[in-house]
Design a protein around this ligand. Structure first.
Ligand code: PXG
Length: 455
């Protein structure tokens, strides 16, 4: 078979008929893209025969890489037994029940209920529905407002896009009028002369100011990722989360932890909330719950909220055809069983993540690297022209786009956010594979420095 001709034909069909997510559609129609057709362990292969080390775990999903046959078999077995039945009208299915129980076991004691969705976006929409119902039932119908953070990503439905704080999305989404944004704890970009610790407290107190501005009686919840992922792996200063927790506790504001990226081992624990010892009343999950193999998301609901919904009764008028899809839940169960059996979260935290973080930090001596930050198995490398003034190499994140393209051409899949290179490799990577990732990134940085005349 002539792979090149095949590949070209596929790419032509793709750019003729397929609108891609978060893509410049005119540019894509003109130039097309890469068709990935096979994956193994931590490597992806495209129809042109290129092999790439996947430094993004799919899209922050395949924490266990691509060769987890027991998850595939669990899906296959389930599809043979019961390919679908809905969870409406007093019906349930065994994998959904068992996965609910398994999730309750790995989350803190106060979580005893789960609502399943197909995606993180729908799970965050569900959070809004749950929070509004909760306060309505408590007789506090004015508590409808949400506070989120600039540059946050919480999904792409209208509601989740509103919760998110990406300005490019807001330019295209006529957002909800009850969502408000405060600054993110991005010390490198916005910390000025403050120490990270001082900056952490300052930016956390913006939550308090926003609550005062809106009136505590009107504010329902604050939503945030423990570490902001798509927004640039923004690792908060250690002072940040304790201050946020204090404010939420004192002011009768629910805390929602969006664990879509942080969850299932990325930060070194089961959840980012464990890493930062925060006590959210709701936790959003998706992506790595099935190792990315099949869509599934959901919300963990703490007793504080569940008890109110249970005690008052009445229909919770929310649901998705595929809430608790048996095949998705079977995949989730197989993934959790694998995480338990292999102890990979702990192994990666003890052996791989320290190596990953240490090797990446060596890049701080590179002439165009201003900062390397990260925790567990994700990190960001900030590009600058001048380390002292933090002047950027080019406007609009163009240098990082260039660097990403160089890395991709060299066989490394990483992504870019603003002026930062982002990487989040699978937890099953070996130290030798991490070394290859860092070498390839180093090479892309060299090529970027040369392109922008920095040496
Ligand atoms: N919350 C967080 C924290 C996410 O990262 C979602 C919610 C939405 O999940 P769904 O399943 O609806 O996509 C996400 C998704 C990127 C990128 O470029 C990240 C996501 C999605 C698409 C692109 O890093 N995260």
């Amino acid at each position: 078979m002539d792979m090149t001709a095949d590949s070209q034909a596929l790419r032509d069909l793709d750019r003729s008929h397929h609108f891609h997510p978060f893509t410049d559609l005119r540019d894509y129609a003109a130039h097309g893209g890469r068709i990935v057709n096979r994956a193994e362990h931590i490597y992806i292969y495209d129809t042109d025969g290129n092999k790439m080390l996947d430094g993004m775990s799919g899209l922050w999903c395949c924490n266990l890489g691509y060769s987890q046959h027991q998850i595939v078999e669990a899906i296959y077995r389930q599809l043979q037994e019961l390919p679908f039945y809905n969870n409406f009208f007093r019906c349930s299915n065994q994998p959904a029940v068992e996965l609910a129980r398994a999730l309750v076991e790995i989350t803190p004691e106060r979580f005893n209920h789960v609502f399943f969705t197909n995606s993180g976006s729908e799970a965050n929409d569900t959070n809004i529905r749950l929070v509004h119902r909760y306060f309505d039932l408590l007789g506090k119908p004015n508590k409808k407002h949400f506070i989120s953070r600039k540059n946050a990503y919480h999904g792409s439905t209208i509601a989740a896009g509103s919760l998110g704080g990406m300005s490019a999305m807001h330019a295209q989404v006529w957002g909800l009028n009850y969502v408000h944004h405060i600054n993110q704890p991005h010390w490198f970009a916005e910390g000025g002369d403050l120490s990270p610790e001082e900056f952490g407290v300052k930016v956390a107190r913006e939550l308090e100011q926003k609550i005062d501005e809106l009136g505590e009686e009107n504010v329902a919840a604050f939503i945030a990722e423990p570490i902001q992922g798509a927004g640039g792996v923004i690792v908060p200063p250690d002072t940040y989360w304790p201050e946020i927790q204090r404010i939420c506790d004192e002011r009768d504001i629910l805390l929602i932890a969006d664990e879509v990226i942080c969850g299932f081992g990325r930060t070194g624990d089961w959840f980012g909330s464990d890493t930062y010892q925060i006590k959210p009343q709701l936790m959003t999950f998706a992506k790595a719950i099935t190792n990315g193999y099949i869509p599934l998301g959901g919300v963990m609901i703490s007793d504080q909220i569940a008890d109110v919904l249970l005690a008052h009764g009445g229909e919770f008028t929310h649901g998705l055809t595929y809430s608790g899809h048996p095949a998705s839940c079977a995949a989730g169960l197989a993934t959790l069983q694998t995480l338990h059996k292999t102890n990979i979260i702990q192994t990666a935290a003890d052996n791989i993540a320290p190596h990953f973080q240490r090797r990446l930090r060596e890049l701080e001596s590179h002439p165009i690297v201003g900062q390397v930050r990260g925790r567990g198995m994700f990190a960001a490398v900030e590009l600058v022209r001048d380390k002292g003034s933090r002047e950027r190499l080019a406007p609009d994140g163009q240098a990082a786009v260039y660097c990403r393209d160089r890395a991709n051409s060299n066989g490394l899949m990483v992504r870019q956010t603003g002026d930062a290179m982002i990487t989040a490799p699978p937890l099953v990577s070996s130290t030798a594979e991490i070394d290859i990732l860092v070498e390839k990134l180093h090479q892309a940085l060299d090529e970027t420095a040369a392109h922008y005349g920095v040496n």
